[in-house]
Design a protein around this ligand. Structure first.
Ligand code: ADP
Ligand code: MG
Length: 465
């Protein structure tokens, strides 16, 4: 980063635009999941792009604070994937009336006072998130053993070495790893890194011929916290390097903490000597959260919300119990639902009912369901009582063209297919035709009540079992 800023002379003057905001937005949806995305990130606008930073526009201070406190790190690292030189994000509050109604490329910006900065540190990959601590890790029977082992390591280093925590997605592994890192970094030299970033650094050093630095850098740590080790599967060079790092730490009595999505013996395409190292300490798992844990997590989230935003959140007990009961078993998803519900209640400005929740939950789950374009085409043509072949044909008469556009729009909204893929499914149309259809229908459903109703009905037909 340093080098680059020297070459470009600080950046603010040489403006080079490379970010494709639509693509990035799409990635946000993948990274954060559709709940978080549609509640918080969908309307974030790219206001201005500089060599070393971007200015993003958000609707309100509330949105800015929420996004800054929860998603800014990941947003920054996503931006860096597209443009490595970016090292910070500025947020500006955009005048809703004039900015957002026009769409994403907003122009009206309020005063400088509202800017929040996130600066990249030299060791971006080593950054611990102070919001993921032991204090806000809620303990229940499914994660108790993992939690207690993690605490124990912090009290007495090397009691288990390595500590290996495994479990499915969204169950709190990264949170726990981060909490360990935070705690131990008070007194130790902690390296906290995901296996993926480890590889990124590794490859970068090879390219730049800096392997010596790389090795030194990692071996300086006396606590090595490595998240998502499953990433090394099938990557020989990386395993080699990892094994040596591991050994050198071990020799000098360093502590190693590992997380993984599966137990060590299930790590296929990983060298046996590594597997045996990994299982040589304590191996514990995090299980699926039970009802009580889910309820406590929701309560904790409400508390956190009220503390950070200094406003009360009116969600009654029945509603919470309903969510805890009806939500699937992953905590990340549970929090996604919670965020949705908060956004919903803020927008509607009234206490939520169970019925509201049902709608929100249905929406959340159906967005996870796999829906085929064929299904969308069939249901749409049926709905408008037209022949499927005709709907897909090249004829341009409105009674055919509108349903066709609606089907394209729904294919974009309800599936994860890319625009070209959707185009191909519609008698080999170009992706620009799909874009046009999506925009047209979006616009129409904003202004036209009947269109909106039709879309809603179609959606519920398509999403129904
Ligand atoms: P994993 O790494 O296992 O996929 P994460 O650690 O990223 O899961 O957890 C997903 C989300 O759920 C994070 O926002 C995390 O803070 C939250 N979370 C998970 N477990 C707990 C818990 N026991 N208490 C509070 N929040 C939790
Ligand atoms: Mg994780």
């Amino acid at each position: 980063m340093e080098e680059m800023s020297l070459k470009t002379g600080g950046g603010a003057f040489l403006e080079e635009k490379v970010l494709n905001w639509d693509v990035i937005q799409k990635n946000f949806e993948n990274i954060f999941g559709s709940e978080v995305y549609s509640s918080w990130l969908k309307d974030v606008a790219l206001v201005k792009e500089y060599n070393h930073y971007v200015v993003l526009g958000v609707q309100t201070r509330f949105f800015r604070d929420w996004i800054t406190s929860r998603y800014a790190d990941k947003i920054l690292s996503e931006l860096q994937k597209h443009k490595l030189s970016i090292n910070r994000i500025e947020f500006k509050i955009i005048d809703t009336e004039r900015g957002f109604k026009k769409g994403r490329t907003a122009t009206t910006v309020s005063t400088q006072k509202t800017i929040t900065k996130i600066t990249d540190s030299a060791l971006n990959y080593n950054r611990l998130n102070k919001n993921l601590s032991f204090d806000n890790f809620v303990v229940g029977s499914s994660n108790k053993v993992a939690f207690l082992s993690a605490k124990k390591i912090c009290d007495k280093l090397s009691i288990y070495n390595p500590l290996y925590i495994y479990g499915g997605v969204g169950l709190g592994k990264t949170h726990l790893m981060n909490a360990i890192g935070l705690e131990l970094s008070k007194e130790h030299n902690v390296m906290f890194i995901s296996a993926e970033k480890f590889m990124y650094q590794f490859i970068k050093s090879i390219k730049k011929n800096e392997m010596v630095n790389f090795k030194d850098f990692f071996r300086k740590a006396n606590v090595f916290v490595i998240d998502d080790i499953q990433f090394i599967r099938g990557k020989e060079g990386l395993q080699e390097e990892f094994f040596h790092t591991f050994n050198s730490l071990f020799e000098k009595n360093g502590q190693i903490i590992i997380s993984c999505d599966r137990p060590p013996n299930k790590l296929d395409r990983v060298q046996d000597r590594i597997k045996s190292r990994l299982s040589g300490g304590l191996v514990v798992d995090i299980g699926l959260p039970e009802y009580d844990l889910k309820l406590s997590i929701l309560r904790k989230k409400i508390e956190e919300f009220q503390e950070s935003f200094k406003e009360s959140l009116n969600i009654n007990r029945e509603v919470l119990e309903y969510i805890a009961k009806d939500s699937k078993s992953n905590i990340r998803e549970l929090i996604g639902i919670f965020n949705r519900i908060v956004a919903f209640s803020k927008m509607n400005n009234r206490p939520l009912t169970i019925n509201d929740c049902k709608i929100i939950l249905k929406d959340v789950y159906s967005s996870n369901k796999i829906i085929s374009i064929d299904r969308i085409q069939n249901i749409t043509s049926n709905f408008f009582s037209i022949n499927l072949q005709e709907m897909l044909s090249q004829r341009r008469s409105r009674p055919l063209a509108r349903p066709r556009q609606i089907a394209m729009y729904l294919a974009k909204k309800l599936t994860t297919r890319s625009l070209p893929e959707i185009g191909r499914k519609f008698a080999n149309r170009d992706h620009t035709t799909v874009i046009h259809a999506v925009k047209t229908i979006e616009k129409l459903s904003q202004n036209n009540e009947e269109m909106r109703k039709n879309i809603e009905e179609l959606k519920s037909l398509i999403l129904a079992d």
